[in-house]
Design a protein around this ligand. Structure first.
Ligand code: NAP
Ligand code: HSE
Length: 455
């Protein structure tokens, strides 16, 4: 297929001509769907509901011609004809009449190989696969540019929330300095439940798994990797720089306890898994970590499985995007939006319209991050003079304590919570080191940054 061959002529006319069709008829555009699980079934459903509207908008009629699955006999959430289902990828990749491929299999292989084969065969590709784009996005986008086809992946980050296109198109007049948000629904659900019920992490995780909110193997979500992959994708686009997963400093939520949630509330905050990236004079810093968010901050009110992203542009000022970060139809909404963009590009003979925006390799600061307030919870020996020693360690490091809470745990032990004033990361690390050298006096249980108040 060569959509570019039509040059500046109207692409629909060229397509009709090449298929021997008259003016006024709508060209069918055959689509191959790879995967028909949660997202794939949503895509089939929404495509059916919107087919006429899409045809009206683009002049092209999308038809899901073939659907690849592992098990053709498995019951599906949507009705498909026997002829539509296949477990042979070549029935899609090798079919010259299929012009657009939607990938909703997930994971790296076979998704990567199938996408690259589809691109080489001149097909446009839409994918919801953040793992693949985070790890192999550069390879896939380079292949697409070479083949002059579209590769779009709005659904890969934030489900229904438009994030990729605003960063890639609407906000390109800006220098983006910060992106910051809640981009993993599973951990947000768990932390919201811990906050609402006071229950511990493991009990809430079990319940979330029973309800289908968390996967049987929850590690990618609870250890922060899913959010880190999404942050990698968003940062490369926002900062026009190649960003690798290894550039993100990641801490998950397993170590967050009911005690931390309790103290967070006492301090007028809530704990969220915050993904944050900044560009300071061309140097990038990227973190995913549990963070105390003041209750007057809009991100504090993003609960359950919802996602939200703050973006700060030098001209736009602060923007916030909020909505459903996952689910069948919300994710399909983003996928079908991409399908419509592809069909518009095809109809106007302008495939590959938006080219790679990564045109630099900005250095990444792997250590520091900006000075921040920090929450420290420690267990200390309940003996005279111990608190004085701990205060001395903070004083010697020239870090002042903003808030101190103390509660007796049991005979001989007390729990001390300190919130520091803003402290550079290196100086905080030195304090933690010194405190860690006093095991009979004090043990650090948790350390988390505290976000500034309303943005
Ligand atoms: P899913 O429910 O597990 O569905 C995966 C589908 O792919 C199934 O239909 C499966 O076939 C098929 N499949 C898997 N391996 C295959 C193989 N080797 N060959 C052929 N077919 C294969 O996954 P999902 O939740 O829809 O997620 C799909 C993608 O969307 C992932 O990249 C995910 O990260 C992304 N995403 C998901 C959500 C969400 O809310 N779920 C939100 C945003 C993005 P069978 O049905 O026969 O097993
Ligand atoms: N596991 C992801 C989440 C699904 O919890 O946000 C959407 O990417």
């Amino acid at each position: 297929m060569d959509d570019g061959a039509a040059g500046t002529r109207d692409g629909r006319a060229a397509l009709r001509e090449s298929h021997g069709e008259d003016e006024g008829t709508h060209m069918d555009v055959n689509i191959g769907l790879l995967g028909c699980g949660t997202v794939g079934a949503g895509v089939v459903e929404l495509m059916r509901r919107r087919a006429d509207k899409i045809t009206g908008m683009t002049g092209l009629r999308p038809t899901i011609a073939r659907v690849l699955v592992r098990d053709v006999g498995k019951p599906r959430a949507v009705v498909l004809s026997a002829g539509q289902l296949t477990n042979d990828p070549q029935e899609i990749i090798g079919d010259p009449d299929i012009r657009v491929v939607i990938e909703t299999i997930g994971g790296i292989e076979p998704a990567r190989s199938l996408i690259l084969q589809a691109i080489r065969a001149g097909k446009h590709v839409i994918t919801a696969n953040k793992d693949l784009i985070a790890l192999h996005g550069a390879e896939i986008i380079a292949a697409a540019e070479g083949a002059r086809v579209d590769v779009l992946y709005e659904a890969a980050v934030g489900g229904a929330i438009p994030l990729i296109r605003p960063l890639r198109e609407s906000l390109t007049a800006n220098d983006i300095t910060d992106i910051k948000g809640i981009i993993n629904g599973t951990t947000n659900y768990i932390l919201s439940k811990m906050t609402a019920t006071g229950a511990d992490f493991s009990a809430v995780l079990r319940e979330a798994q029973e309800l289908g909110y968390a996967e049987a193997d929850p590690s990618s979500d609870v250890d922060g990797l899913d959010a880190a992959r999404k942050l990698t994708i968003l940062s490369s686009i926002a900062f026009h720089s190649a960003v690798n997963l290894a550039d993100v400093q990641v801490t998950g939520i397993r170590a967050v306890t009911a005690r931390d949630v309790y103290y967070a509330r006492e301090l007028g905050t809530v704990i969220k898994l915050l993904a944050a990236a900044s560009d300071r004079d061309g140097e990038l810093t990227l973190h995913v970590r549990p963070t105390l968010i003041p209750q007057d901050h809009p991100l504090a009110h993003v609960s359950d499985a919802y996602n939200a992203l703050y973006v700060r542009g030098d001209a736009s000022g602060d923007l916030m995007f909020f909505g459903r970060g996952a689910g069948s139809l919300p994710t399909a909404s983003a996928v079908i939006g991409d399908v419509i963009e592809v069909l518009r590009n095809v109809s106007q003979s302008v495939p590959g319209r938006v080219r790679t925006l990564v045109h630099s390799h900005k250095p990444v600061n792997h250590n520091a991050g900006e000075p921040a307030r920090h929450y420290l919870r420690m267990t200390v020996a309940d003996r005279p003079g111990v608190f004085g020693q701990i205060a001395g360690i903070f004083g010697d490091a020239e870090v002042s304590m903003e808030t101190v809470l103390q509660k007796r745990v049991d005979e001989g032990r007390a729990e001390v919570v300190v919130v520091t004033h803003e402290v550079p990361a290196a100086r905080l690390a030195a304090i933690l080191d010194t405190l860690g050298g006093l095991p009979d006096l004090a043990r650090i249980e948790t350390s988390m940054p505290v976000e500034r108040g309303a943005y």
